[in-house]
Write a protein that binds this ligand. Structure first.
Ligand SMILES: [Zn+2]
Length: 128
């Protein structure tokens, strides 16, 4: 059976969210208000609302995108991205496969990883 990938996209996504999450785009560095989000809470996939990251793993990497040193276990998957003449590890939502960002090995302890995520692909909900 042939799956139609277009069926999985939420009607609530903006054209910019579709550009990033469906078409593997990248938001303008520093454009996401989530760069400055410091409250305790959780970050959810903007498309399928799966819980992806928690505030305890967020840190200020200065790279221009919200950064985390670890995702929630099993919440994201990776694949090799060889576009733009670079070899990078692409990160997507394990549930709906929406593109989220990339992971690099220049992060902080305890993992040494930097999950560099497009803020537009995330919904933050502060803990109440
Ligand atoms: Zn998702």
């Amino acid at each position: 059976m042939k799956s139609n990938i277009n069926n999985q996209w939420s009607q609530h996504l903006s054209s910019e969210q579709l550009r990033v999450m469906r078409d593997h785009g990248t938001e303008t560095p520093g454009s996401s208000p989530l760069n400055y989000e410091k409250r305790t809470g959780a970050y959810y996939c903007a498309n399928c609302h799966a819980e992806l990251f928690r505030s305890e793993t967020k840190y200020d990497s200065g790279c221009g995108w919200p950064s985390f040193f670890a995702p929630i276990k099993g919440a994201v998957e990776s694949s090799l991205d060889t576009s733009h003449h670079m070899i990078r590890t692409e990160i997507h939502c394990a549930k709906c496969k929406a593109h989220l960002g990339h992971v690099f090995d220049d992060g902080i302890e305890p993992t040494g990883e930097r999950y560099c995520i497009n803020g537009i692909a995330l919904d933050f909900k502060p803990q109440s």
